[in-house]
Ligand binder design. Structure first.
Ligand SMILES: Nc1ncnc2c1ncn2[C@@H]1O[C@H](COP(=O)(O)OP(=O)(O)O)[C@@H](O)[C@H]1O
Ligand SMILES: [Mg+2]
Length: 250
């Protein structure tokens, strides 16, 4: 199945941006309107997929840096705040972000399970985020697409489905690599993140055509980074440190 190269994904992220990103994670101090947006998104997702058994929900976008990872984590947290058993899997094996966001060691993780180095039970980490469990990316593999397409991935998802009500999968960009298309066969639904004032129309069209080709069930679009107008100052983006972090699920 190919060798795994030990590398630290966190090194690619500066300390400053990691600290800033952590401030975006849903918590008690998150402004009310943002919490409400995620609750609305949660409700919309719940109603968009069949209610039987474990639901596997992928989060992807056309390009990188559009907010897939942070929205995948916040959505998983929003579901964990209910009584549901929730797991987040970081399947962006090329540029994994969940490990640095959560401050947890990425290893052992998805890649290690897929090459047979570890059992899935050894890779599940309990977080302090409302009982959310995670399986992080693991070591950076040389062949992510091959691993994600393997029978071991099929086996892993089926094993995990026995233990969880919802599995959220953080994925790489659709227009850059085939991984999201490959994983789409395991998903009950896929959420497409679009970054306001940044994602190009043609880029979204290309991503959606690609998803249609693979038969992915796109259940909604999250418009990330909407400028929010303050009710106090009347200005945009000055509402709070989250001023540029509105999310609107459709
Ligand atoms: N709405 C937003 N407002 C401000 N910064 C954002 C927003 N969404 C994402 N970012 C920033 O963009 C960067 C990429 O986010 P990330 O979730 O890792 O994107 P992706 O997984 O699509 O590559 C991070 O530094 C994150 O803090
Ligand atoms: Mg990401």
């Amino acid at each position: 199945m190919g060798k795994i190269v030990r590398a630290s994904p966190e090194k690619r992220q500066s300390k400053f941006s990691t600290l800033r990103d952590k401030s975006f994670i849903l918590n008690e101090t998150t402004p009310f309107f943002i919490k409400e947006e995620y609750k609305t998104l949660r409700t919309n997702v719940m109603f968009s997929i069949p209610s039987e058994g474990c639901k596997v929900i992928g989060v992807s976008s056309a390009q990188s840096m559009e907010g897939k990872s942070i929205n995948c984590l916040n959505l998983a947290i929003a579901f964990a705040q209910t009584d549901a058993r929730v797991l987040l899997m970081d399947c962006d094996l090329r540029l994994p972000r969940q490990s640095s966001l959560m401050g947890l060691d990425a290893i052992p993780g998805v890649s290690n399970i897929l090459v047979g180095m570890n059992k899935y039970t050894e890779a599940i980490k309990k977080t302090e985020l409302y009982g959310l469990d995670v399986i992080l990316s693991g070591d950076i593999p040389p062949n992510p697409s091959e691993l994600l397409a393997s029978d071991n991935m099929d086996k892993l998802i089926n094993q995990l489905k026995q233990h969880y009500d919802y599995i959220f999968i953080d994925l790489p960009p659709i227009n850059l690599v085939a991984d999201t298309s490959i994983v789409s066969k395991f998903m009950s639904g896929l959420i497409l993140v679009v970054r306001a004032s940044s994602t190009k129309r043609e880029s979204i069209v290309k991503a959606i055509s690609q998803l249609e080709l693979t038969g992915a069930n796109v259940i909604g679009i999250v418009l990330n980074g909407v400028q929010v107008k303050s009710r106090i100052t009347g200005k945009y983006g000055k509402y709070s440190k989250y001023g540029d972090y509105g999310n609107y699920g459709t």
